[in-house]
Each structure stands twice: as C-alpha cells, then as structure tokens.
Design a protein. Structure first.
Length: 262
C-alpha cells in the first residue's frame, strides 16, 4: 500500500526524469540483458547494442509507460489492461522477467539520481514497480518491512529515520560489508569461506525449517538492496559490466550462505 506522500514522490521522480526517458529506459533494458542474458530472447528482432535506435525507442516506451502508470497508481489494473494482454498472449513473457526489469530500473534510477535516491525514494519506487510488474504478470528493512521480524532485538525500527540512526543496525551493516570483503578475497572458494556463517544461521540459531525458503528470499532481497545502494553511491561509474559482474558475485554469496538450508 502506497501512502499519499509516496505516490507524490513517485510522480515527482518520473516527472523530473522524463527528459531523459530514452537514456534511462534504454540503460535499464541493457542492464537487464547484460545481467540476465536469458531475457535477450525477447529482443532477438531488435538491434540491442548500446544507444541503438531500437534500444532507445523501446527504452522510451518502457519509461513512459511507467511514468504514465505513476499518475494513476490506484487504477493500474484498468490502465494497464491492454499492455497486460499484449505481454501475456502475444509476447508470452515469463512473469519473472518483469521483476528483473524492475530491479534493473531501480539500479538505473539510483545511478542517475545518486544520493537523491534516498531510502524513502527506493522504498516508494520499489512498491510502485512491484505493483506495476504484478499487474503485467497477473498471476531490507525499509524497502521490505516484513524482514524486521529477524531483527526483533534491535529496538526501534518503526521508520526509515529510526532504522538509519539505529547503532545496532549500523553495527550489523558493518558486519555484512566485512563479510562481503571476505568473499571478495576468496572468490574462487566462496562456499567454503562461508561454511561457518551458513552453519551459524541454520544450525546454531535453530531456524525453523519452514522459514528456510523465506530466509533465502531475504538474502536475495538484501543483495538487491546492496546493489541499489552501491549504484546510488557510485552513480554513472556503476557501469553495466560492473553491475553484471557484481550480481554474479552476489548470486554466489547468497547461494553459499543458504547452502545449509537446502
């Protein structure tokens, strides 16, 4: 559920960036095809090289569709009915691809907006893109509030401001970053590097087996949030090849951490 303030924020972001519709839309598509090569199958009839006429044109269509949808979020089912039918019955797009494009659009927006792409902006835009994707498909702490259940001992987590200012969150965040540093130094043996952490989360903390799938999802969400945060910090320096390499690395990290859950 998007609040009135979040809806206004989303419209404001799309309005400000509309002059760059072609560039942002094309970059999001190119990031998706570079990071998730399987999605290229839907664009075989187009020239998808960087800055090609086809890519820029399709990118503009994607951007403007999102911008138009943001103006009437409460009626996406109605406003997207034609697009929904087109993608399902004519293009036969697999639903998971909408999520991939949404993630790459978040990364692209973060790169272009930099520090202006705040946690509040991230949270609001993620909700909107998720709703948009859900309609087309039809069938970490701030962005995905339900993950707070794993941090019950961390005190006040009731708002973006309290989460960001929480010293326990900051300390745990530092642990995560240092954990990634360990993986970076042992990229050829990440699974064994994380054996101890994997066992800690699965065996010593005695997590209910029914939660294993949910925890794996949480780790994936955290990886996605980390990617968006890095994109916001690096801006345009977070190039498509860098994103592709980073996400491959994060996939291995998530797999290694979740190994004991399978």
């Amino acid at each position: 559920m998007l609040s009135k303030k979040e809806k206004e924020l989303i419209v404001d972001i799309w309005t400000q960036l509309t002059p760059y519709a072609e560039t942002i839309g094309a970059e999001a598509l190119l990031r998706m095809m570079s990071c998730y090569p399987g999605t290229k199958t839907y664009f075989r009839h187009l020239d998808t090289s960087p800055r090609s006429v086809h890519l820029l044109s399709h990118g503009r269509k994607v951007f403007l569709a999102l911008a138009d949808g943001s103006k009437d979020i409460d009626n996406l089912l109605t406003s997207l009915a034609a697009l929904q039918t087109y993608h399902a019955y004519q293009l036969r797009i697999q639903p998971t691809n909408f999520k991939l494009l949404s993630h790459c659009m978040l990364v692209t927006l973060a790169c272009h907006m930099g520090e202006d792409f705040t946690p509040s902006s991230h949270a609001a835009m993620d909700k909107f893109l998720s709703a948009f994707s859900a309609v087309l498909a039809e069938k970490c702490l701030i962005v995905y509030p339900w993950t707070q259940r794993y941090f019950g001992s961390f005190g006040n987590l009731y708002s973006a401001q309290t989460i960001i200012g929480n010293p326990l969150i900051a300390k745990h965040g530092a642990k995560i970053v240092h954990g990634l540093d360990r993986a970076l130094k042992n990229m050829d043996d990440i699974k064994n590097t994380y054996t101890e952490l994997s066992e800690l989360h699965s065996e010593k903390l005695h997590v209910d087996p029914d939660n294993f799938r949910l925890l794996a999802d949480c780790m994936t969400l955290l990886a996605d949030c980390m990617t968006v945060c890095i994109a916001a910090k690096m801006g345009n320096a977070f190039t498509i090849p860098i994103q592709a390499a980073w996400q491959k690395f994060m996939c291995v990290v998530v797999s290694a951490l979740g190994r004991q859950y399978h």
